[in-house]
Design a protein around this ligand. Structure first.
Ligand SMILES: [Zn+2]
Length: 206
């Protein structure tokens, strides 16, 4: 059940244009550890047996493949955020372009509220796969559902995979609006009160 859910979400992340080739990685909390996508397997060739079950300290419990090189990032978030049961890491074009500028994504559209605040912070830079990157992501996330990784990509988290994936798609779309709006004019940002109102409406709606 868990394996099929993670496989479907991983394939969906590629189909939705959030990931390409073997970039990015997804995981879900599993007992005291996590189930995570493997390193270097393109999404179109991914099978349930390729998914890796591992402890949060890096010990692999089962799986013929090696886990994603970003397993520390996933483990670090699960250790710090009891509310998180699923993580999507991706390199989508617009969010990653903004991460290359090392800029936060501001409240140019109310859907940003889905990520839990009035801006999506960009972390400091750290090498891929490093414990430093894991710490930078945890700090940039805070208690929110998304952050950018400097010169790297996007991380979104949720209570389940569907929500983490939905947030990733919405953040990428807002990043595209931000890029397009800046290209033709001066975007007008929503106020913190307007974003708080949007968050309250989402809670009513769900
Ligand atoms: Zn990455």
């Amino acid at each position: 059940m868990s394996r099929s859910a993670l496989l479907q979400a991983a394939v969906a992340s590629a189909r939705l244009g959030l990931n390409h080739g073997a970039t990015g990685n997804l995981s879900m909390r599993h007992d005291a550890g996590m189930l995570i996508t493997p390193t270097a397997v393109p999404y179109e060739r991914l099978a349930e047996g390729d998914l890796v079950l591992m402890a949060l300290d890096g010990a692999v419990a089962s799986g013929a493949r090696r886990p994603s090189s970003e397993w520390r990032l996933h483990a670090g978030v699960y250790q710090r955020r009891a509310d998180v049961n699923a993580i999507v890491h991706a390199h989508p074009r617009f969010a990653t372009t903004l991460a290359c500028l090392r800029e936060d994504l501001p409240a140019v559209h109310y859907m940003i509220a889905l990520a839990g605040g009035d801006r999506i912070r960009c972390s400091g830079y750290a090498p891929f796969g490093s414990a430093e990157l894991s710490a930078a992501a945890v700090e940039a996330l805070g208690d929110r559902q998304a952050c950018l990784l400097a010169n790297h990509g996007l991380v979104t988290v949720g209570g389940d995979l569907q929500l983490a994936l939905r947030i990733a798609l919405e953040v990428e779309t807002v990043a595209e609006y931000w890029w397009r709006a800046r290209a033709i004019g001066q975007p007008v940002l929503l106020t913190p009160a307007e974003i708080a109102d949007a968050r309250a409406r989402f809670e009513d709606y769900s």
